[in-house]
Ligand binder design. Structure first.
Ligand SMILES: [Zn+2]
Length: 219
């Protein structure tokens, strides 16, 4: 096991101790013959900009820099913070716009990347040029990180849980491993927890190689 020094930077998207799944209050309503998943006490921020219902998780207080407080739960991304950074293509560490001089940078595990494939789905929000190395060092899923450089990363869909009606309430039907694409007929009874983008025409680079290219481009 690798022993890491206590990091001074905690990414914005990381869930913190005290931020817990909030009570569901889920219900399915029929509207114009169509079933739709709702919260009983739904608020506008419960849905993403495409109207998909999002899993609730409480929020700790934010500090004077707009960053959440509390000890990090390194393996978890807060569903709402993951969605807003992914949706707006902001850095998962600092929330600044993520576009670099060379395009958008996403991180992945080297062993998961097929160099023959030019497209890939990801739920990991992008990183800005300043935080490529930090994010690569911090992410618990990345033992051997590589950078995926792309000019185009359209929204694809979401990971989450499929529900159906059960008497007066709801029941879980499936928790698929693959994301459900936006526009899918079952999206209306889906509770999303991670937004997914499709990275196109990917260039796979070692972290050091990408940082060198960014430096050269700046020179
Ligand atoms: Zn950043």
């Amino acid at each position: 096991m690798r022993i890491r020094p206590t990091p001074s930077v905690i990414p914005f998207v990381t869930q913190r101790v005290g931020e817990d799944a909030a009570p569901d209050n889920l219900m399915i309503l029929k509207n114009h013959g169509r079933l739709r998943l709702h919260y009983l006490d739904e608020e506008p921020q419960d849905r993403d900009p495409r109207g998909v219902l999002w899993a609730r998780c409480s929020f700790n207080a934010y500090d004077e820099n707009g960053m959440p407080t509390g000890k990090p739960l390194w393996k978890l991304m807060h569903p709402y913070r993951q969605m807003v950074t992914m949706q707006s293509m902001r850095c998962q560490v600092c929330t600044q716009p993520a576009r670099t001089r060379l395009g958008f940078v996403f991180l992945a595990q080297a062993k998961d990347v097929d160099p023959e494939k030019t497209e890939r789905l990801t739920n990991q929000p992008p990183v800005c040029a300043r935080h490529i190395r930090t994010a690569a060092a911090l992410c618990p899923h990345l033992e051997q990180p590589v950078a995926l450089l792309t000019q185009s990363a359209p929204l694809y869909g979401a990971l989450g849980t499929m529900y159906s009606m059960s008497g007066e309430g709801v029941k879980v039907v499936a928790q698929p491993d693959s994301p459900l694409p936006y526009g899918h007929p079952q999206m209306s009874t889906f509770l999303a927890s991670q937004q997914v983008r499709r990275l196109k025409s990917i260039r796979v680079l070692a972290i050091d190689e990408l940082l060198r290219l960014l430096r050269d481009d700046a020179a």
